[in-house]
Design a protein around this ligand. Structure first.
Ligand SMILES: [Zn+2]
Length: 431
């Protein structure tokens, strides 16, 4: 235990009744450098965080106790960038019932309790409504429509919102694509690719078109999500967001969704890091994209030496950029540990490359609190604090004291969603 534990006073949200659930004798992650050893839950909310003896003193005869025996507890993971319907369809067996059912079960096993991503239309919404009706929708979903077709999103919203409760389903954003990806040399760069002559990739929209779209999305009250991977596309996205911003810059602690989010932001010019920070534009990054799909090589290999400047996680963080982490599932695995492990192992490449790795604590924060804040849920989710929704993950060991090479070996023992235990690993130690 660290000195920070002693500084963390017991926090109570005036519990009116005995706790339903107390997790004690563990390492409850609050923020980088800050842990408690116990957390208490009543109904769907966290009611207390602090020292085990004090929380246990208020247990009632019906309180369920979980002895963590040193295991780590984190907030439920919020994957800030998924294609959930695509992933569900890819992973569901042919002829299976609702393709979402198994995908949501996988999310529970991996400790993912919230996702943000683009909707694929009414068939997907119908499947969600069905899952919700069956009581199996143990996931919160921040849904985005297409920025070039906002009327479709509004129409879907009118058709489905009565069947999709707002504590789980939020009509939150509109997405547009500014460039492509490194794989097909379509990410837009300032300098040519290292293996494609003079090609610098291509922009999918003119600056004028982009500004018009971003303005429209903002006028409609949505969070605008711009896919931009190359440094030239990120610059264009920043300009459009700056041009469309009609109010004071967004602050992560304000409880409102980020007006502008750049999705991916793999390669960001140094000057733009500062601009992202000062304009309050969130970078929604997927650290597992640093590894080529299928494993092996560092990504993106076709940038040559400039690859060192890609995924500049630590520099982005140091510049004050609000980060939200995710997976880009099904392009990469949904398992948050893959992204966390990549973020922690992001050492500089070659002697001269700066060390861009994060601590595991920082990476977990971006994958929980950071993603929740970007979604506008920073006052109810993403942090283990009294009054917050009880979405929690118990790992099978103390995640935070593992050597970085062993992060992927950890397993989720228990996932708690809205105060309910929705997943328990079959062969997990008895508690
Ligand atoms: Zn994606």
């Amino acid at each position: 235990m660290t000195g920070a534990v002693a500084l963390c006073a017991l926090l109570w949200a005036a519990p009116a009744r005995a706790s339903d659930l107390i997790l004690h004798n563990g390492k409850v992650f609050i923020a980088p450098g800050e842990y408690a050893d116990a957390v208490a839950v009543s109904g769907a909310r966290i009611t207390a965080v602090g020292a085990g003896e004090e929380l246990l003193a208020r247990a009632g005869p019906r309180t369920r106790l979980i002895d963590l025996a040193g295991r780590a507890v984190t907030p439920g993971f919020h994957d800030a960038h998924v294609h959930f319907w695509d992933g569900a369809q890819l992973s569901s067996g042919a002829g299976a019932g609702n393709p979402l059912e198994e995908a949501v079960a996988s999310a529970r096993r991996l400790g993912v309790t919230s996702v943000s991503g683009i909707l694929e239309g009414d068939r997907e919404l119908e499947a969600w409504a069905e899952l919700q009706r069956a009581g199996k929708a143990t996931l919160r979903y921040w849904m985005w429509g297409r920025l070039d077709a906002p009327a479709d999103f509004t129409a879907s919203r009118e058709r489905f919102s009565s069947r999709l409760p707002p504590e789980k389903f939020r009509w939150s954003g509109l997405k547009a694509w500014v460039d492509g990806d490194f794989d097909g040399w379509t990410a837009a760069l300032f300098e040519p690719y290292s293996d494609k002559g003079e090609s610098r990739g291509s922009m999918l929209r003119s600056p004028r078109d982009l500004l018009r779209l971003v303005r429209r999305g903002r006028e409609l009250g949505y969070s605008v999500r711009l896919h931009a991977i190359g440094d030239r596309a990120v610059r264009a996205a920043v300009r459009a967001c700056a041009g469309a911003s009609e109010r004071a810059p967004w602050t992560p602690s304000g409880g409102a969704p980020a007006p502008c989010v750049i999705e991916h932001a793999d390669l960001v010019a140094e000057a733009d890091r500062t601009r992202l920070a000062s304009l309050g534009i969130v970078a929604s990054m997927q650290p597992s994209r640093m590894i080529e799909a299928g494993g092996g090589e560092r990504h993106p290999s076709r940038l040559g030496a400039r690859r060192r400047g890609a995924f500049a996680l630590k520099s982005m963080q140091a510049a004050g950029v609000a980060l939200a982490f995710g997976s880009d599932w099904p392009d990469r695995t949904l398992n948050p540990l893959a992204g966390l492990s990549a973020a922690v192992a992001r050492h500089g490449e070659g002697e001269e490359g700066p060390d861009e790795s994060l601590t595991l604590e920082e990476a977990v924060s971006h994958y929980t609190a950071g993603a929740a804040r970007a979604a506008g849920a920073g006052r109810e989710l993403g942090v283990i604090r009294p009054g917050y929704r009880a979405d929690l993950v118990v790992f099978d060991r103390d995640l935070f004291s593992l050597p970085s090479g062993e992060i992927l070996k950890a397993r989720v023992d228990v996932t708690i969603f809205d105060g309910e235990i929705v997943y328990e690993r079959v062969d997990a130690g008895k508690f």
